[in-house]
Design a protein around this ligand. Structure first.
Ligand code: SAH
Length: 224
């Protein structure tokens, strides 16, 4: 498999062709080796047009959905970004190319460790993976210019709203059930106002509250 060529094809046929125009997002998706974020046994399917299973009963998201979320988050090179639901670390790697720094929270320790290793190997030194409950956000490093949530629940966790900078964007799947989820873009207008845009139907794994411990490893991560 020529992975670099497969990635170009993935971007052309699944992402650009469906209307994602943000050239920085397209370029990041061409360059981040998605094949290294899927389980070895599924590597031949790394560029397929759907989500794939990873460890701990979780998934790596469909490439197009990742692109849609990143484009909606309108990330600039100087931005501080929070990601909730790191999973494989694939979106984290993309974010590390788009933003100045990324904090990524994952509640499954085994996934957090594996993602951290991959990101280190790829040299994504502006990304930090912490193990903990992402519904609490990361107050120590807030506010964030963008927050990306890759797991869905019935309502927007309050701390995530509050940890958005004024003008910041939160992209999150919300719905009473997986079948009724909508991808929402929430933009913080000022201290007390948030605007919501519905980006359409999606299906994410559940956003589970209440991981046992407070995110670790935050303290060493400077604000830059
Ligand atoms: N962007 C990831 C998506 C992984 S699936 C990828 O493409 O690989 C969503 C992830 O959210 C799962 O790994 C799940 O364990 C995690 N998750 C669910 N609830 C969470 C919470 N409260 N805090 C942090 N992570 C959570």
């Amino acid at each position: 498999m020529d992975a670099a060529r497969e990635r170009l094809r993935m971007v052309e046929t699944q992402i650009a062709s469906r209307g994602v125009r943000d050239e920085r997002v397209l370029q990041a998706m061409r360059s981040v080796p998605r094949e290294q974020f899927v389980p070895a046994a599924l590597r031949a399917q790394a560029f397929d047009d759907h989500a794939l299973p990873i460890d701990a009963g979780q998934t790596i998201s469909q490439p197009f959905v990742v692109a849609l979320m990143l484009e909606a988050a309108a990330i600039s090179p100087g931005d501080a970004v929070l990601e909730v639901g790191t999973g494989s670390g694939y979106a984290t790697a993309l974010l590390s190319q788009l933003a100045a720094r990324v904090v990524a929270i994952e509640r499954h320790e085994s996934l957090a460790l594996a993602a951290r290793e991959r990101l280190e190997r790829l040299g994504a030194s502006n990304a930090r993976v912490v193990h903990g409950d992402g519904t609490l956000g990361c107050p120590e490093l807030a506010p964030f210019d963008a927050i990306i949530v890759s797991a869905g629940g019935p309502e927007i966790p309050g701390p995530l709203r509050e940890q958005l900078a004024i003008g910041g964007r939160l992209v999150i799947p919300i719905g009473e059930s997986r079948e009724r989820q909508r991808l929402l873009l929430i933009r913080r207008v000022d201290e007390r106002r948030w605007n919501t845009t519905d980006l359409g139907p999606v299906q994410f794994v559940p956003l589970l509250p209440g991981a046992a411990e407070r995110p670790r490893g935050v303290d060493e991560f400077g604000r830059g």
